[in-house]
Design a protein around this ligand. Structure first.
Ligand code: AMP
Ligand code: ZN
Length: 466
């Protein structure tokens, strides 16, 4: 398995710490808002990564946090707490908001066939863990108290920017919100581990700590949860590229400060989903969600296919035209699969293994999903393959693609929709006396194994063996 590692800026051979066992951590959502399809691109990438590792024979333990406290609107500890702000706006408690949006996120994941990680833990359930780490950092003089808060002292590190090689000014451009200066910090890059003094609307959730009643910073949550559930050595840590700085940079600083050794070997990041005006984000007016796509007749798995058609390290641009193209592509794919009937042919082992090898090479090459899809198309059009071999390969590939290629009702649904669309077009053509066009539609369907039957009540159809 080859993976691009942000830490070394190279595609590397993936070697886990412990034989075949992989420990994988993925930053979870901040549950103050619906997840937009940009966020979900990142979770699709992580799902494909986990499933690919499993497909290639690894055993993956994946952990994800749910951020329900401490994530401020500026990633560098500035602005308001996103959860508190949303709770005030919606006149609900922070916990109600967290539960509501966690549930929505989970449903979106189900619709997109994103496997829910084996371990999912809420930030608010692990306060003792953060306090233990922060105390240890204070004892080692890697952290200090100032103005009521506890800060990590980045000047104590020889190389703070391990993930980026950038200097701070370059990086600030990529940070989401405007950055205001915190006078309590000794160094500009220091970050909050524990807040007791908020500069904004009072934080609803607070816990006792050795430094007073307060709440954790966002970064410490991921270090705490990861170390608690996955131990001191992590194989893979993932997120979107906007997490590289400051979030992941800070996670490394505090985790390695606490553990006294290297923490995680592979850092994997997915590029953003943009719209025509730039990065898709929650703060940009109306958010494009999976439910909104569904209301426009776009199935969630069409969006999954849309993401898989491009590489996770390339910016993907969402347009209506592009998603409609993906819709057509998905319907066509399902129709092709549907036309392959299970029969009593014997699986052609050598050909099965040949295609499986090609597929493994594609998907195992830094998750080249578009080339994996090409292998699938090659299988579909290979006349040397008998039906049962084709169906077994499709089933095998779909363990990673998760496009429900062989799920009966989805095929029926999509096929029905497609045929009805064609029947309507034919009807319109006839009404406009475009009989040639009407005949063309009928013949085209017949070639695909769909026979139209005109009755007094209207047109129906029959699926036939071609
Ligand atoms: P958040 O809920 O804001 O913490 O974000 C959840 C995940 O979505 C993070 O890993 C982000 O890096 C990622 N993300 C945010 N915006 C986008 C986007 N437009 N495209 C892809 N990933 C994104
Ligand atoms: Zn995180």
């Amino acid at each position: 398995m080859k993976l691009y590692n942000t830490l070394t800026r190279k595609v590397e051979e993936f070697i886990p710490n412990d034989g075949n066992n992989v420990k994988m951590y993925t930053c979870g959502p901040t549950v103050y808002h619906d997840a937009h399809i940009g966020n979900l691109r990142c979770y699709i990438f992580e799902d494909v990564l986990e499933k690919t590792l499993n497909y290639l024979g690894y055993h993956v333990t994946r952990c994800m946090n749910i951020t329900d406290v401490g994530h401020l609107s500026g990633d560098s500890d500035t602005g308001e707490d996103k959860m508190v702000k949303s709770a005030i706006e919606q006149k609900k408690s922070v916990l109600e908001i967290a539960d509501y949006y966690t549930d929505l996120f989970k449903k979106d994941c189900q619709k997109l066939n994103i496997k829910w990680p084996a371990i999912v833990s809420k930030a608010t359930d692990n306060i003792a863990e953060y306090i233990k780490i922060i105390q240890n950092l204070l004892d080692k003089d890697l952290a200090y108290q100032s103005g009521g808060n506890v800060y990590f002292d980045t000047s104590k590190l020889t190389n703070y920017y391990v993930l980026t090689n950038h200097n701070e000014e370059d990086i600030q451009v990529g940070v989401r919100e405007s950055v205001e200066e915190d006078k309590n910090k000794k160094n500009k890059t220091d970050f909050v581990l524990w807040f007791t003094k908020s500069k904004f609307e009072d934080q609803a959730l607070k816990w006792d700590s050795p430094w007073g009643l307060g709440y954790p910073g966002w970064h410490i949550e991921c270090s705490g949860i990861s170390i608690k559930y996955l131990g001191e050595y992590l194989d893979i840590h993932c997120g979107g590229i906007d997490n590289i700085f400051p979030h992941h940079t800070n996670e490394i600083a505090q985790s390695e400060g606490y553990l006294n050794h290297k923490w995680c070997n592979y850092w994997c990041h997915s590029e953003h989903l943009n719209d025509l005006t730039g990065k898709m984000s929650k703060s940009k007016g109306q958010t494009l969600t999976i439910s909104l796509l569904e209301s426009q007749g776009i199935k969630p798995l069409v969006y999954r296919l849309f993401c898989l058609s491009s590489h996770y390290r390339k910016t993907l641009v969402y347009t209506e035209e592009a998603i409609n193209q993906a819709k057509k592509q998905y319907e066509k794919l399902l129709r092709k699969v549907k036309s392959i009937k299970k029969d009593d042919s014997v699986i052609q082992n050598d050909l099965f293994l040949k295609y499986q090898e090609e597929y493994k090479e594609s998907i195992g090459n830094d998750l080249n999903t578009s080339s994996a899809l090409t292998v699938l198309y090659d299988v579909l059009k290979d006349d040397n393959l008998n039906n049962n071999t084709k169906l077994s390969l499709i089933e095998d590939f779909d363990k990673v693609l998760s496009l429900d290629l062989l799920k009966e009702e989805d095929i029926a649904d999509s096929l029905k929709e497609y045929i009805m669309e064609k029947i309507n077009l034919r009807k319109q053509a006839k009404e406009n006396k475009n009989y040639d066009v009407a005949d063309e539609i009928r013949d085209e369907l017949l070639k695909e194994g769909i026979k139209l039957i005109d009755t007094k009540e209207g047109t129906t159809y029959e699926i036939i063996d071609k």
